[in-house]
Design a protein around this ligand. Structure first.
Ligand code: G4P
Length: 523
């Protein structure tokens, strides 16, 4: 069964913890790339192919995400990359809705950092199972027991160490696998494969004493006793419920601990899970195709100026050229020339299965959150749009470019690069963002891709709430009274743009029958 062998995950980390390096090493061990440096090379090549990406290069951030698929052992692994910069949180959140588990990378010296905390919160919302990799063991860092305490207290998740370091920094000798008892030695310049590593069956093996010396051996034994008393044993069910995280240690740049991690990951990480829709739960073993779009990316290929919608398959099977029903629009579309994302390159997809991601060419009819089925009228839930906290009014230097501006803003908001609001009572175009940098990216792309020179001015909006009301009469009353502060978002949904938080509170009090939502679920 194809769904059973899929492992779809994303890496969450604070910038610089080693996500890119670890991604590259996972691909190396998965046989998807031949040479270290290829992922960074690919990053650079992508920068070169699209001008606006020069912006991300300038700022040393990665705005785009991609999907990498590779086989490992008897499994097919799908790694969904998440953008690194805090301002692009929304995009990251949506990627996390499309995975079945996450891998958290922590820098041994820095411990739990701010962005990890935020990403972890998102995983908690959906009880996503999380594995932890403590990286950069070749450097002096925090005491591993303290680090485990820190993860438990700051992130509120129980830790179950799977491996334990023998020394650290210049004294790093290896790790002990707590489940198998094996000792894996750290050997600089080696450790590319199991064959290329020195592995002893247990700490009692005489070879270990030779390799690490009596003092270190005593130290490790003492530590392991402590670890046993102070930490929890691995509990598969608790991990799958998102209550416990198995922890491994290593040094990605040195390949060390990566294969142990990958072996543990493919064995324990969950297969594609059942998912909620507006009408029922969809099981990955169902025969008919379902899937949802979690990301739209423009101009991946500057030659074609295409926009690609990334669809996560939830059940059934995708076959090249098949037709799928698009419930939001009520039409069938042909999924021609869909792309798969083998780590080596983008290719035309022949088949894809639950857990896989395919790229569909989009000419503006597909939006983030859209569901595709083989005829059934349902929509996957839980793909959020967050209320922006920063607002600007778009103003044109050349008023004749209004049409291009509207088109550009509509497309960029469809991709989730910004949110875009049209007030009911004025002709303003208001942009909303979760982070400041989003405005820079939008300005840059408007100029580069749409030939529009736009300025962004301050506007008197403090926060936005999506408005819902079951009673059409009451809704009409509310709209009539508050038209000055109401707008439509790019999808045509009603939004209250509050000039101040106090105003928002007052309006909420005055209209208890109206719901003011801080996230809009795409449904
Ligand atoms: P990110 O994607 O999470 O932002 O991190 P990235 O992999 O780019 O790694 C950030 C820096 O940490 C890089 O150094 C990388 O080489 C280094 N690094 C990753 N893993 C390890 C490790 O196990 N040990 C040590 N000591 N360093 C590690 P850089 O100087 O920023 O880049 P580069 O010049 O090395 O490419």
């Amino acid at each position: 069964m194809q769904a059973k062998i899929r492992r779809t995950f994303a890496i969450i980390s604070h910038p610089d913890a080693g996500k890119t390096t670890l991604t590259e090493k996972l691909l190396l061990f998965g046989g998807a790339i031949q040479m270290a440096g290829s992922v960074k090379g690919r990053k650079a090549a992508r920068h070169a192919t699209s001008d606006w990406m020069a912006l991300e290069k300038e700022r040393g951030i990665s705005v785009t995400s991609s999907v990498m698929q590779f086989p490992y052992e008897d499994k097919i692994v799908n790694l969904l990359d998440t953008p690194g910069h805090a301002d692009f949180g929304e995009d990251t959140y949506r990627v996390l809705t499309a995975v079945d588990s996450a891998l958290m990378v922590i820098d041994v010296a820095k411990g739990v950092e701010e962005r990890t905390i935020k990403l972890m919160e998102v995983c908690r919302m959906r009880n996503t199972p999380i594995m932890t990799f403590i990286n950069k063991l070749d450097r002096e860092g925090k005491d591993p027991i303290e680090l485990i305490d820190e993860v438990e207290s700051v992130l509120g998740i129980q830790c179950a160490p799977i491996t334990w370091p023998i020394g650290m920094g210049p004294r790093l000798k290896g790790v002990v696998h707590l489940l198998t008892g094996e000792v894996h030695l750290f050997e600089s310049g080696r450790n590319f494969t199991r064959q290329d590593s020195t592995i002893f069956p247990s700490l009692d093996d005489p070879g270990v004493l030779d390799a690490i010396g009596q003092n270190m051996l005593d130290e490790v034994r003492e530590q392991l006793e402590l670890v046993e008393g102070a930490t929890n044993p691995f509990d598969m069910e608790a991990y799958l419920r998102g209550e416990q995280t198995p922890v491994t240690f290593g040094s990605a740049v040195n390949n060390f601990g990566v294969q142990l991690l990958l072996d543990f990951f493919v064995e324990h990480a969950p297969m594609p899970q059942a998912r909620e829709t507006t009408t029922r739960k969809v099981d990955p073993t169902e025969n008919k195709l379902t899937g949802f779009v979690f990301k739209i990316q423009a101009n991946m290929d500057p030659q074609h100026r295409d926009r690609v919608a990334f669809m996560r398959i939830c059940s059934g099977k995708f076959t090249a050229g098949m037709k799928a029903f698009h419930p939001r629009v009520g039409k069938e579309i042909k999924l021609a020339n869909a792309l798969t994302f083998m780590a080596s390159d983008r290719e035309i997809a022949q088949d894809a299965f639950p857990g896989d991601v395919i790229g569909i060419h989009n000419h503006g009819t597909i939006a983030i959150g859209d569901t595709f089925t083989e005829g059934e009228n349902l929509a996957f839930t839980g793909i959020p749009n967050f209320a922006p906290e920063l607002f600007r009014r778009a103003r044109l230097r050349d008023p004749l470019k209004l049409k291009q501006l509207q088109k550009g803003l509509a497309q960029l908001s469809e991709e989730g690069a910004t949110q875009f609001f049209k007030p009911m009572m004025s002709n303003d175009l208001i942009l909303g963002a979760v982070g400041m940098l989003q405005f820079d990216v939008v300005a840059y792309r408007l100029k580069d891709e749409y030939g529009v020179d736009a300025l962004f001015e301050n506007v008197n909006v403090a926060t936005a709430r999506w408005v819902r009301c079951d009673d059409p009469k009451k809704l009409e009353e509310f709209v009539n009274k508050n038209a000055l502060n109401l707008a439509n978002d790019a999808a045509g949904e009603l939004v209250y743009l509050a000039p101040t938080r106090v105003n928002l509170n007052l309006t909420q009090e005055r209209h208890p029958e109206v719901q003011f939502l801080a996230t809009r679920e795409h449904a």
